[in-house]
Design a protein around this ligand. Structure first.
Ligand code: FE2
Length: 311
């Protein structure tokens, strides 16, 4: 049938324990694996993140879920056509993205069936959805808990090659482009599951996690910043590509993590027309201006020279 989800990431960091605490505070459920590693669960997606030790922060692996063995067979043939070496199992195929070095696993997995969350009532002109009560967004008190992993963004020194690997090899579809700088690609109905972004060095830019609505984006970020204002990167705003609300925070290893809600979904590939976004539109629709460290994180220079910031 088809690819249907970005289901799992493995991230390498020098400071596993400290970073694990961050993702637990972020709202993921941390579980020690038998191997002594940290796995992290979302509310709807099960384990979607694992942290492993690495001298430099990086994306070690991503898993793309497919419906059946025929999908895995098709991916294997397409990667072969690109001259990419693969390791093939019965229900999975593994290849290394040639520019970033990230391992990409395509595996047969069941589809994620998310239960619908009751729509948040918002009042508007002539439309009263919430009468005689305060907004749920200000009454909520529990910890914000991401529903699922949404996307991963990779800085790549060769966008064309990374893009070809995902589009022509793995079978992602193109959703939009940033002129001269990147490609938003999807392996599910979400507008993007992978963004390949031009960068002077290949690195993990951010991971993004779905929450219920814009109030949860704001509440989640505010809770993360309460005792750690240095975690703030960029938000609150709304992207143009994907339309989602966003707020970016920084984990103790330097990776950005995003709370998002209300992303565009494409169910009919024939109806969606990819755009090439120019200028600021490639970054956002509204919000505070992005800080320079959003596109060029503070440890980029150290990663370029191979020097590692002390963990
Ligand atoms: Fe994002």
């Amino acid at each position: 049938m088809a690819l249907h989800q970005l289901s799992h990431l493995v991230i390498g960091v020098p400071n596993v324990e400290e970073t694990a605490e961050y993702y637990i505070e972020f709202g993921l459920t941390g579980v020690r694996t038998e191997a002594g590693e940290w796995g992290f669960h979302t509310l709807d997606g099960g384990e979607q993140l694992r942290l492993v030790h690495s001298p430099v922060r990086r994306l070690v692996e991503m898993t793309v879920a497919a419906d059946d063995r025929d999908d895995v067979g098709r991916v294997t043939r397409r990667l072969g056509g690109l001259g990419v070496e693969v390791t093939k199992g019965v229900n999975r195929v593994v290849a290394v993205e040639p520019v970033t070095g990230a391992r990409v696993v395509v595996a047969v997995e069941p589809r994620l069936d998310q239960l619908a969350v009751r729509p948040t009532p918002y009042n508007g002109p002539g439309r009263l959805e919430r009468i005689n009560v305060r907004a749920p967004g200000i009454e909520r008190v529990g910890q914000v808990r991401p529903r699922k992993l949404g996307h991963v963004v990779l800085g790549t020194t060769d966008v064309a090659t990374t893009e070809r690997f995902f589009l022509d090899g793995i079978g992602f579809r193109l959703s939009d482009r940033i002129a001269g700088a990147g490609a938003f690609m999807r392996c599910s109905t979400d507008h993007h599951n992978v963004l390949a972004l031009a960068a002077p060095v290949s690195f993990l830019h951010h991971t993004s996690w779905q929450v219920d609505d814009v109030d949860e984006v704001g509440r989640g970020a505010m809770a993360m910043l309460e005792d750690h204002p240095e975690r703030h990167v960029w938000g609150l705003g709304r992207h143009h590509a994907g339309s989602n609300f966003f707020w970016y925070l920084k984990d103790p290893a330097g990776n950005f993590s995003e709370y998002y809600s209300d992303m565009d979904c494409v169910l009919d590939d024939q109806i969606w027309t990819p755009q090439t976004l120019e200028g600021a539109k490639g970054l956002f629709s509204w919000g505070p201006p992005p800080p320079p460290s959003f596109l060029h994180p503070e440890d980029l220079a150290a990663m370029m020279t191979g020097a590692h910031a002390p963990s």
